[in-house]
Ligand binder design. Sequence first.
Ligand code: IVH
Length: 677
Amino acid sequence: MGTDQPLTLEQAAKRSKELREQLISYSHEYYVEDQPTVEDHVYDRLYQELVDIETEFPDLITSDSPTQRVGGKILEGFEKVTHDVPMYSLNDGFSKGDIYAFDERVQKLAGQQVSYCCELKIDGLAISLKYVDGDFVQGATRGDGTVGENITENLKTVKSIPLKLKKPVSIEVRGECYMPKQSFVNLNKEREEAGKDVFANPRNAAAGSLRQLDSAITAKRNLSTFLYAVADFGPMEAETQFDALEELSEIGLRTNPEKTLCKDIDEVWAYIEAYHEKREKLPYEIDGIVIKVNDFHVQDELGFTVKAPRWAIAYKFPPEEAETVIENIEWTIGRTGVVTPTAVMTPVRVAGTTVSRASLHNVDFINMKGIRLNDHVIIYKAGDIIPEVSQVLLDKRGEDSKEFEAPTHCPVCNSELVHLDEEVALRCINPKCPAQIKEGLSHFVSRNAMNIDGLGPRVLEQMFDKELVSDVADLYFLTEEQLMTLDKIKEKSAHNIYTAIAASKENSVERLIFGLGIRHVGAKAAKVLAEYFGDLRTISQADKETIVALDSIGDIIADSLVTYFENEEVHELLDEFEKAGVNLTYKGLRSEQLEDVESPFKDKTVVLTGKLEKYTREAAKEKIESLGGKVTGSVSKKTDIVVAGEEAGSKLTKAQDLGVSVWTEDQMVEALENSHF
Ligand code: IVH
């Protein structure tokens, strides 16, 4: 890429080493430190360069290369692993009394006042990672504590697990592998739309993802880890749990930043109460707090019982559940025609909000839980966000309990519902079903798609019902007068909507591709397609072989695209877009173009501060980013350049303190003018 001269083996070895080091460092900043310093496209470009070199010179592939994380090795089963040091479990506490009683026991046995290291109890799966001379060699599940399963291939795909430590130490560490709340929500949404079973909570989703025999599936699941213990202290210097966590972090392992040292049990209780409050806002699920005697010497004195250490306890939060009654089951049609049952319940408060609806996912789910109308049920929030029915209270079932009836016909267009292939979901397969079209319109205007403001579901619904639009292209033929015929839309909002629709015509085509709602084609795939093919017409004519050859596009997406574009009506839709003047081309930089950029901003992190005269902030940001730089809001030691306009304040001072290079606006303008492709 970029250069036409083939690399010599020596050049390739040097360049691939540089790329590997750079990529590992970016990935560490992103996945371990949660402090990304470059934009995705910068990473992607370097990654692709490394893939290209490794394809040409396979002998240069190293086991710690970031390209080795995509998985794909398919196992027949998991081997057993005997843990050298058993993986203990923890004793649980459920009340303030339990925690104070634990402290009393500890003090009595230790014969002194002790301090505690408090940590979050991450709700995932316990794992053990083995490193030899800094290399990741084995990862295992806890199993029964003595014998677990070898899941090395799957754990290699988890980006926060370093394949090589920052120091060449041999060490076995323990921690939790989990799925972040947002990833869980996205995964379930995707599965529901695809007619598959959903996971009950992030923990089950993480477990299911680690149990895959095909590690390529695990790789797609966006798992993460926090490490919290060392199995054998060989290379460690720390004498306390708190310092051990710091030491783990120094060698490159991800540890949880919320740990706190508490000098007595009152402070421990305050920590528990504080995190009970904060729990909902964390991006991952926790089910309690782990309290550990901080000093390792005291831990040794206290020792273990058969099952658990005497020096630690897990405080379990009371479950955030509530009881309510199923009043009705509604059946709604999604964008892909999947029919989803939703329970309408007597409103009840759970984990901070009032809940009155919960998805029941599909008929199998309702049958499995044995849910009937008027039943009393327990509900909870999966991933602390999504209300779910956990169980029916059978002993409260009354005379009025009634079997539900699954619809046989679409509640909206009345066509017969079907089960496709092995799907658990019922589907309406009428492409003209109004419900699907309305959902499709909502998706088309949504933020990651065409990003058209002012078109909420109600406005779209009216447009459809009044026959102003029957497909997404019709939006581009609406007049301001027509918009004013809608309820509550006066001149000003009609004008705003009209302008927003018109502005979206200029979008780079990946937004349109995503907005079309082609099955399995997410925003990321849309970007890959747009970047490679350059315009929508070319994509619509591409054959499966060409599509599937693209990085991160698999069989399922390729098949779905080909089937989609086989439809004559789709080509008519594209004609309509073209007639309306909607852009069908990719406007971003292609990776190989970025390759050729010569600019002082390339791969640099820039902060703009103070008043700029010649550019608006937005325009300067766009320009710098188009040259492969990244513009962020705050100055840190990772910032490369601070551009300080008039009246620059604290950001300038901070840059000076940190020794970051400071430019005037004129210097920036000059550098922009001197940059070229
Ligand atoms: S320490 C010997 N620390 O909770 C000590 N465990 O109920 C071993 N867990 O199996 C565990 N977060 O899977 C520890 N910060 C944390 C934890 C944690 C979650 C899990 C772990 C363990 C279970 C015990």
